[in-house]
Design a protein around this ligand. Structure first.
Ligand code: AMP
Ligand code: GLY
Length: 427
């Protein structure tokens, strides 16, 4: 089978790495891909938003399975376009992708169907939003309605900051139309978890829960990023809480969308807050997470291709379970100096060859390109060094040993990925 992966990040490298192990697959293309992906797939320089060009390419190459990484392509309706041409494609339709592309859509759906989430109000007018924040006390959270590459959510801790944020979003329009409408919601304290499930629109097949680390600096300080590291499993969710999440939140949301005439297929990613032993939805994503995908696919033992096809064909109930390798899987993101604001580029990366020979370690590339035999940095998040271990302590040691083998000028990584789990399990 010929497979096309759309995207260029660490998530797409992990997908290519996993799909390349499937006996069903004969070749893999990736658009546009990156330096690391180019070693296992044919990278073709097509933009993820150029749906016409992607369609032409898929038809020409007779692609039999396409997988969409980034949310923008989903929100632009790539799945609808490929679907009309009969090309099997993994991901939700444009309407389904609204669960991520519009916070108002998602919050209204959750509220209507009684799925737990923070109480909220939505605003189109700056003056109304301003009057609202003058009447409430921080902390609260302001979010742009539309897609802002993970940057449109602000936890507000003092009143002046709130006024500034709504002015930036609604008057200065720093995210254009994405911030023309906003929501303001209650702050929920607790522990965050990423809960991803495959779905064919009827059934769900959950993955192991994982945890991302969004802030740039150790101890969750500094600005939010795309994600600085992730690990799976997590020690904060009991079996009974998982059952509640599966029934009330994940299946509940798929059913609610079905009720609105949307058959949601692909991955539903719940960004959850676990508060007083109860799960609340902070946001939904319509795709695999980055960097959660890296440790998840490193831990997955089952062939992923039959699962992807079963979602597309509406036959997920045929797949009884996903098999996982034992132990803990963890990914530490190495970023360029200046990330997330203004990352440096063009630095030569050393240590990759050595790590290729190490067992239980994979280095998933994000912002890299290969020139000759050398890899150079080409973006903010550069590498996702991923390793396993029997316990949290082993996995953390293995991953940071591997990170210490990598070298490029200005490289930066968090030193505390997995430490929340370590603290809880060893206390
Ligand atoms: P989002 O883009 O909605 O996932 O929000 C980005 C980050 O802001 C989340 O990962 C949380 O750390 C934080 N956040 C968002 N909404 C809330 C909330 N209602 N209560 C507490 N923290 C939140
Ligand atoms: N890990 C956060 C995201 O994929 O949006």
């Amino acid at each position: 089978m010929k497979v096309l992966i759309i995207g260029s990040g660490g998530r797409e490298h992990a997908l290519a790495w996993k799909i390349a192990q499937s006996s069903m697959v004969e070749s893999i293309f990736c658009t546009p891909g990156n330096g690391g992906i180019s070693e296992i797939a044919d990278c073709v320089d097509l933009n993820v938003s150029d749906i016409d060009a992607l369609l032409r390419f898929a038809k020409k190459e007779r692609i039999e399975l396409a997988i969409v990484g980034p949310e923008n392509s989903l929100a632009s309706g790539i799945v609808d376009v490929f679907g009309r041409e009969g090309i099997p494609i993994f991901g939700p339709s444009m309407k389904g992708a609204q669960i991520e592309a519009s916070k108002v859509f998602s919050k209204e759906l959750l509220t209507e169907y009684g799925i737990p989430t923070a109480p909220f109000r939505s605003f189109r007018q700056y003056n109304d939003a301003l009057a609202h924040i003058q009447a409430i006390t921080p902390p609260y959270v302001i979010k742009a309605d539309g897609l802002c590459a993970g940057k449109g959510a602000y936890v507000i801790r003092d009143q002046n900051e709130g006024a500034q944020v709504i002015q930036d979003l609604m008057v200065h329009k720093i995210y254009g139309d994405a911030g023309a409408r906003i929501i303001i919601e209650d702050f929920l304290p607790g522990i965050e978890a990423s809960y991803l499930a495959f779905t064919d629109g009827t059934d769900i097949l959950p993955m192991v829960p994982s945890q991302d680390h969004k802030p740039l600096l150790d101890n969750d300080k500094g600005p939010n990023t795309g994600g600085m590291g992730a690990y799976t499993p997590i020690p904060f969710i009991s079996k009974s809480m998982e059952e509640e999440i599966n029934a009330r939140i994940m299946t509940g949301t798929i059913k609610a969308m079905g009720d609105k005439g949307i058959t949601y297929k692909g991955v539903l990613y719940g960004g959850l807050m676990l508060k007083d032993c109860s799960p609340y939805v902070i946001e939904f994503n319509a795709r695999l997470g980055d960097p959660e995908t890296q440790p998840l696919l490193f831990k997955m033992e089952s062939d992923i291709v039959p699962i992807l096809l079963a979602c597309i064909e509406g036959k997920l109930s045929d797949i009884k379970e996903i098999k996982w390798k034992p132990g803990v899987s963890i990914c530490v993101v190495i970023a360029s100096k200046g990330y997330p604001e203004n990352p440096e580029k063009g630095k030569a990366i050393k240590g990759l060859e050595y790590l290729k020979r190490q067992k239980d370690v994979a280095v998933f590339h994000a912002g890299t390109k290969k020139i000759g035999d050398t890899f150079y940095t080409s973006g903010g998040r550069v590498l996702g060094v991923t390793a396993t271990g029997e316990t949290y302590r082993d996995a953390i040691k293995n991953v940071y040993d591997a990170v210490s083998c990598i070298e490029f000028e200005g490289m930066y990584f968090r030193k505390d990925i997995g430490s929340k789990a370590l603290k809880i399990t060893e206390e």
